[in-house]
Design a protein around this ligand. Structure first.
Ligand SMILES: Cc1cc2nc3c(=O)[nH]c(=O)nc-3n(C[C@H](O)[C@H](O)[C@H](O)COP(=O)(O)O)c2cc1C
Length: 226
Protein backbone atom coordinates (compact mmCIF):
# COMPACT_ATOMS: atom_id res chain seq x y z
CA UNK A 1 0.00 0.00 0.00
CA UNK A 2 1.43 3.44 -0.84
CA UNK A 3 2.42 5.74 1.99
CA UNK A 4 0.51 9.01 2.30
CA UNK A 5 3.38 10.85 0.62
CA UNK A 6 3.49 8.31 -2.22
CA UNK A 7 -0.26 8.64 -2.70
CA UNK A 8 -0.01 12.42 -2.90
CA UNK A 9 2.97 12.30 -5.25
CA UNK A 10 1.58 9.56 -7.47
CA UNK A 11 -1.82 11.14 -8.08
CA UNK A 12 -2.13 12.95 -11.33
CA UNK A 13 -5.05 14.12 -13.40
CA UNK A 14 -6.08 11.52 -15.98
CA UNK A 15 -7.94 12.55 -19.11
CA UNK A 16 -8.74 9.23 -20.84
CA UNK A 17 -10.71 6.44 -19.15
CA UNK A 18 -12.08 2.98 -19.80
CA UNK A 19 -15.89 2.93 -20.09
CA UNK A 20 -16.39 1.40 -16.67
CA UNK A 21 -18.23 2.95 -13.70
CA UNK A 22 -16.79 2.80 -10.19
CA UNK A 23 -18.67 0.10 -8.21
CA UNK A 24 -21.05 1.46 -5.57
CA UNK A 25 -19.31 -0.26 -2.63
CA UNK A 26 -15.98 1.32 -3.57
CA UNK A 27 -17.66 4.71 -4.00
CA UNK A 28 -19.07 4.43 -0.51
CA UNK A 29 -15.61 3.68 0.89
CA UNK A 30 -14.15 6.67 -0.93
CA UNK A 31 -16.96 8.97 0.20
CA UNK A 32 -16.84 7.72 3.80
CA UNK A 33 -13.11 8.46 3.87
CA UNK A 34 -13.61 11.88 2.27
CA UNK A 35 -16.32 12.64 4.83
CA UNK A 36 -13.51 12.73 7.42
CA UNK A 37 -12.04 15.82 5.73
CA UNK A 38 -11.75 18.60 8.31
CA UNK A 39 -13.97 21.63 7.89
CA UNK A 40 -14.42 24.82 9.87
CA UNK A 41 -16.74 24.15 12.86
CA UNK A 42 -17.20 20.68 11.34
CA UNK A 43 -19.82 22.23 9.06
CA UNK A 44 -19.12 19.73 6.26
CA UNK A 45 -20.39 22.13 3.63
CA UNK A 46 -20.29 19.64 0.73
CA UNK A 47 -23.35 18.17 -0.97
CA UNK A 48 -22.44 15.59 -3.57
CA UNK A 49 -24.29 14.22 -6.55
CA UNK A 50 -22.40 10.96 -7.26
CA UNK A 51 -23.50 10.09 -10.76
CA UNK A 52 -22.76 6.89 -12.65
CA UNK A 53 -25.86 7.02 -14.86
CA UNK A 54 -24.79 7.23 -18.50
CA UNK A 55 -27.88 9.08 -19.65
CA UNK A 56 -27.73 11.70 -16.90
CA UNK A 57 -24.03 12.33 -17.58
CA UNK A 58 -24.74 12.62 -21.29
CA UNK A 59 -27.56 15.08 -20.63
CA UNK A 60 -25.30 17.28 -18.50
CA UNK A 61 -22.55 17.19 -21.13
CA UNK A 62 -25.00 17.89 -23.97
CA UNK A 63 -26.49 20.85 -22.10
CA UNK A 64 -23.09 22.38 -21.38
CA UNK A 65 -21.83 21.93 -24.93
CA UNK A 66 -25.09 23.41 -26.27
CA UNK A 67 -24.56 26.52 -24.10
CA UNK A 68 -20.96 26.77 -25.34
CA UNK A 69 -22.17 26.48 -28.94
CA UNK A 70 -24.48 29.43 -28.26
CA UNK A 71 -21.33 31.40 -27.52
CA UNK A 72 -21.76 31.50 -23.77
CA UNK A 73 -18.43 31.58 -21.91
CA UNK A 74 -19.90 30.68 -18.56
CA UNK A 75 -23.10 30.23 -16.61
CA UNK A 76 -21.71 29.88 -13.14
CA UNK A 77 -22.27 30.31 -9.43
CA UNK A 78 -18.66 31.06 -8.54
CA UNK A 79 -15.72 32.46 -10.50
CA UNK A 80 -12.97 29.88 -10.15
CA UNK A 81 -10.07 31.29 -12.16
CA UNK A 82 -8.59 34.73 -11.56
CA UNK A 83 -10.25 37.49 -13.56
CA UNK A 84 -6.87 39.15 -14.02
CA UNK A 85 -4.03 36.65 -14.34
CA UNK A 86 -0.74 37.88 -12.93
CA UNK A 87 2.65 36.21 -12.80
CA UNK A 88 3.90 33.73 -11.73
CA UNK A 89 0.46 32.07 -11.99
CA UNK A 90 -0.13 33.26 -15.55
CA UNK A 91 3.18 31.78 -16.66
CA UNK A 92 2.51 28.50 -14.87
CA UNK A 93 -0.86 28.25 -16.60
CA UNK A 94 0.71 28.84 -20.00
CA UNK A 95 3.55 26.37 -19.38
CA UNK A 96 1.11 23.70 -18.16
CA UNK A 97 -1.28 24.16 -21.08
CA UNK A 98 1.38 24.34 -23.75
CA UNK A 99 3.17 21.31 -22.27
CA UNK A 100 0.06 19.22 -22.75
CA UNK A 101 -0.48 20.40 -26.33
CA UNK A 102 3.18 19.76 -27.12
CA UNK A 103 3.00 16.20 -25.77
CA UNK A 104 -0.05 15.56 -27.95
CA UNK A 105 1.49 17.40 -30.92
CA UNK A 106 -1.44 19.79 -31.12
CA UNK A 107 -0.57 23.04 -32.87
CA UNK A 108 -1.18 26.26 -30.93
CA UNK A 109 -3.42 27.46 -33.75
CA UNK A 110 -5.36 24.21 -34.10
CA UNK A 111 -8.50 25.61 -32.53
CA UNK A 112 -10.70 22.70 -33.61
CA UNK A 113 -8.59 20.12 -31.73
CA UNK A 114 -8.24 22.41 -28.75
CA UNK A 115 -12.00 22.89 -28.62
CA UNK A 116 -12.53 19.15 -28.86
CA UNK A 117 -10.12 18.66 -25.96
CA UNK A 118 -12.16 21.15 -23.94
CA UNK A 119 -15.39 19.37 -24.90
CA UNK A 120 -13.81 16.11 -23.67
CA UNK A 121 -14.27 17.54 -20.17
CA UNK A 122 -18.01 17.37 -20.73
CA UNK A 123 -17.78 13.82 -22.06
CA UNK A 124 -16.05 13.06 -18.79
CA UNK A 125 -12.95 11.85 -20.67
CA UNK A 126 -14.82 8.59 -21.28
CA UNK A 127 -15.30 7.87 -17.55
CA UNK A 128 -18.67 6.77 -16.22
CA UNK A 129 -18.61 8.12 -12.68
CA UNK A 130 -18.55 11.83 -11.88
CA UNK A 131 -19.01 13.59 -8.55
CA UNK A 132 -20.61 17.03 -8.66
CA UNK A 133 -19.88 18.92 -5.46
CA UNK A 134 -22.30 21.64 -4.38
CA UNK A 135 -22.54 23.83 -1.33
CA UNK A 136 -25.36 25.84 0.17
CA UNK A 137 -25.34 29.35 -1.26
CA UNK A 138 -25.71 30.68 2.30
CA UNK A 139 -22.26 29.24 3.09
CA UNK A 140 -20.60 31.38 0.44
CA UNK A 141 -22.72 34.50 0.83
CA UNK A 142 -20.09 36.98 2.02
CA UNK A 143 -17.75 34.17 3.16
CA UNK A 144 -15.23 31.92 1.46
CA UNK A 145 -14.43 29.33 4.13
CA UNK A 146 -16.69 26.67 2.65
CA UNK A 147 -14.66 26.87 -0.55
CA UNK A 148 -11.52 26.01 1.42
CA UNK A 149 -13.30 23.07 3.08
CA UNK A 150 -14.69 21.77 -0.20
CA UNK A 151 -11.27 22.07 -1.81
CA UNK A 152 -9.78 19.86 0.89
CA UNK A 153 -12.70 17.47 0.34
CA UNK A 154 -11.76 17.26 -3.34
CA UNK A 155 -8.24 16.12 -2.52
CA UNK A 156 -9.57 13.57 -0.02
CA UNK A 157 -11.77 12.04 -2.71
CA UNK A 158 -8.89 11.82 -5.17
CA UNK A 159 -6.44 10.33 -2.66
CA UNK A 160 -8.93 7.83 -1.24
CA UNK A 161 -9.80 6.75 -4.80
CA UNK A 162 -6.20 5.80 -5.42
CA UNK A 163 -6.35 3.12 -2.77
CA UNK A 164 -8.78 1.28 -5.07
CA UNK A 165 -6.75 1.87 -8.22
CA UNK A 166 -9.16 4.59 -9.29
CA UNK A 167 -7.90 7.66 -11.09
CA UNK A 168 -9.44 11.08 -11.20
CA UNK A 169 -9.55 14.50 -12.75
CA UNK A 170 -10.81 17.55 -10.89
CA UNK A 171 -12.90 19.87 -13.05
CA UNK A 172 -13.24 23.61 -12.90
CA UNK A 173 -14.65 23.44 -16.42
CA UNK A 174 -17.97 22.39 -14.92
CA UNK A 175 -17.72 25.17 -12.32
CA UNK A 176 -17.99 27.55 -15.27
CA UNK A 177 -21.29 25.95 -16.27
CA UNK A 178 -22.49 25.21 -12.74
CA UNK A 179 -25.95 26.67 -13.34
CA UNK A 180 -26.40 24.42 -16.37
CA UNK A 181 -25.45 21.36 -14.27
CA UNK A 182 -27.83 22.44 -11.50
CA UNK A 183 -30.69 22.88 -13.99
CA UNK A 184 -30.20 19.48 -15.63
CA UNK A 185 -30.08 17.82 -12.21
CA UNK A 186 -33.04 19.89 -11.02
CA UNK A 187 -31.14 20.85 -7.89
CA UNK A 188 -32.82 22.86 -5.13
CA UNK A 189 -32.34 26.62 -5.51
CA UNK A 190 -30.17 26.94 -2.41
CA UNK A 191 -27.33 24.84 -3.85
CA UNK A 192 -24.43 26.11 -5.95
CA UNK A 193 -22.07 23.86 -7.91
CA UNK A 194 -18.42 24.31 -6.92
CA UNK A 195 -16.70 21.69 -9.08
CA UNK A 196 -16.81 18.12 -10.29
CA UNK A 197 -14.38 15.21 -10.08
CA UNK A 198 -14.23 12.53 -12.77
CA UNK A 199 -13.45 9.10 -11.36
CA UNK A 200 -12.55 5.90 -13.16
CA UNK A 201 -10.01 3.55 -14.57
CA UNK A 202 -7.40 5.24 -16.70
CA UNK A 203 -6.69 4.14 -20.23
CA UNK A 204 -3.09 3.21 -19.61
CA UNK A 205 -1.92 3.51 -23.22
CA UNK A 206 -3.39 6.97 -23.75
CA UNK A 207 -0.56 9.45 -24.27
CA UNK A 208 -2.53 12.21 -22.54
CA UNK A 209 -2.40 10.24 -19.29
CA UNK A 210 1.39 10.39 -19.18
CA UNK A 211 1.30 14.15 -18.68
CA UNK A 212 2.60 15.20 -15.29
CA UNK A 213 3.18 18.93 -15.09
CA UNK A 214 6.06 19.95 -12.84
CA UNK A 215 5.71 21.99 -9.69
CA UNK A 216 7.43 25.16 -8.60
CA UNK A 217 10.29 24.68 -6.15
CA UNK A 218 9.99 25.26 -2.42
CA UNK A 219 12.24 28.29 -2.91
CA UNK A 220 9.47 29.82 -5.00
CA UNK A 221 6.52 28.87 -2.84
CA UNK A 222 7.64 28.56 0.78
CA UNK A 223 9.30 30.89 3.26
CA UNK A 224 10.83 29.17 6.24
CA UNK A 225 11.22 31.21 9.41
CA UNK A 226 13.16 29.16 11.91
C1 LIG B 1 -10.04 23.02 -8.91
C2 LIG B 1 -9.39 22.40 -10.12
C3 LIG B 1 -9.99 22.50 -11.35
C4 LIG B 1 -9.46 21.86 -12.46
N1 LIG B 1 -10.14 21.89 -13.66
C5 LIG B 1 -9.73 21.12 -14.67
C6 LIG B 1 -10.54 20.97 -15.83
O1 LIG B 1 -11.62 21.53 -15.94
N2 LIG B 1 -10.10 20.17 -16.83
C7 LIG B 1 -8.91 19.49 -16.73
O2 LIG B 1 -8.58 18.76 -17.67
N3 LIG B 1 -8.12 19.61 -15.64
C8 LIG B 1 -8.51 20.38 -14.62
N4 LIG B 1 -7.77 20.46 -13.46
C9 LIG B 1 -6.53 19.70 -13.36
C10 LIG B 1 -5.30 20.60 -13.36
O3 LIG B 1 -5.03 21.02 -14.66
C11 LIG B 1 -4.15 19.78 -12.76
O4 LIG B 1 -4.46 19.46 -11.43
C12 LIG B 1 -2.82 20.52 -12.79
O5 LIG B 1 -2.43 20.80 -14.10
C13 LIG B 1 -1.74 19.70 -12.11
O6 LIG B 1 -1.64 18.42 -12.74
P1 LIG B 1 -1.89 17.07 -11.98
O7 LIG B 1 -3.26 17.12 -11.35
O8 LIG B 1 -1.82 16.02 -13.04
O9 LIG B 1 -0.84 16.93 -10.95
C14 LIG B 1 -8.26 21.15 -12.34
C15 LIG B 1 -7.62 21.09 -11.10
C16 LIG B 1 -8.18 21.68 -10.00
C17 LIG B 1 -7.52 21.53 -8.67
Amino acid sequence: MPTVIQAIEQRSSKRAYLPKPVPQDIQEKILNAAAMTPSGANMQPWKVMAISNEEVLKNIGDAIIARMDEGLEHDQFIQYYPVNWVNPYKKRRIVTGSGLYKLLEVDRKDNATRLKMWHDNFRWFGAQTVYFVFTDKANIDGAQGALIDCGAYMQSIMLAAQEFGIDSCPQGSTTEFGRVVARVLDMPDNLALLYSVVLGYEEKDAKINSYQPKRASLEETVTFIN
